[in-house]
Design a binder for this molecule. Structure first.
Ligand code: ZN
Ligand code: ZN
Length: 234
């Protein structure tokens, strides 16, 4: 009973990847802004959707789906955001993590109810009358919409609210930088540290250079793969 419009796609995780049949909608969810698709953007997928998966640690692929453990903590993270589900895909052979995901239930805030297919927005000739979505269909991010958003780290902990968005110059390059008001004082995150923007902002788990996103082992900054678990570092 496969729905129509499914396509087999490569979905990356922190410790490997999976090949799975996904709908157009899921494909959009898996697109976190780059050329690759991420399992974390989709979350839970039925086992029969998976064709195979690749484990970085085992350095081989396996037929079928990785193991999936998930829980529904319905944890109130503050700011009206609820952690609805967190799950982890694991290698059936070595039990290392293939991918993790977090599902949040964020309040509608000033946004319209999310599923409202807006016709492909042409460059607006008139000022918009409602708050724009943070990320439009073509991947354009409205900087204004980021201010006031709640930002969470990779462990689903609330970091704080975005206070300011600016540019920080390093050498000859300017990098977009977010100032976040955290309980421990203001923190600054560069654009590279953002893994997802939606109704909330997710910051990458990996904050320190050389820290493995999968097992958190400290590696030489710039390492391509983790010494400890073999996960890809970037
Ligand atoms: Zn494995
Ligand atoms: Zn590691």
């Amino acid at each position: 009973m496969m729905a129509e419009n499914m396509a087999e796609k490569k979905l990356r995780g922190s410790g490997g990847y999976a090949i799975a049949a996904v709908t157009d909608q899921e494909q959009k969810m898996a697109n976190l802004g780059g050329p690759e698709l991420f399992l974390a953007g989709i979350g839970r997928l039925a086992a029969d959707r998976f064709v195979k998966y690749f484990c970085n640690k085992c350095e081989r692929d396996f037929e079928g789906a990785p193991a999936l453990n998930y829980e529904n903590p319905n944890e109130d993270l503050g700011e009206g955001v609820t952690l609805v589900e967190k799950g982890e895909y694991k290698c059936r052979a070595c039990n290392s993590t293939i991918a993790q995901y977090r599902k949040f239930d964020a309040p509608a805030q000033t946004h319209e109810p999310a599923p409202q297919p807006v016709p492909e927005a042409k460059p607006a000739s008139q000022p918009a009358t409602k708050a724009p979505a943070a990320v439009s269909a073509d991947g354009f991010v409205s900087i204004q919409s980021l201010v006031g958003m709640a930002a969470y780290d990779g462990e689903a902990m609330l970091v704080g609210k975005v206070e300011e968005v600016g540019l920080r110059r390093e050498g000859g390059k300017a990098q977009i930088s977010l100032k976040i008001a955290a309980s421990s004082g203001d923190k600054e995150f560069s654009w590279d540290g953002i893994s997802k923007i939606g109704d909330i902002i997710l910051l990458q788990a990996k904050t320190a250079a050389g820290k493995c996103p999968s097992c958190e082992a400290q590696n030489d900054p710039g390492s391509a793969f983790c010494e400890e678990c073999g996960a890809k570092m970037s």
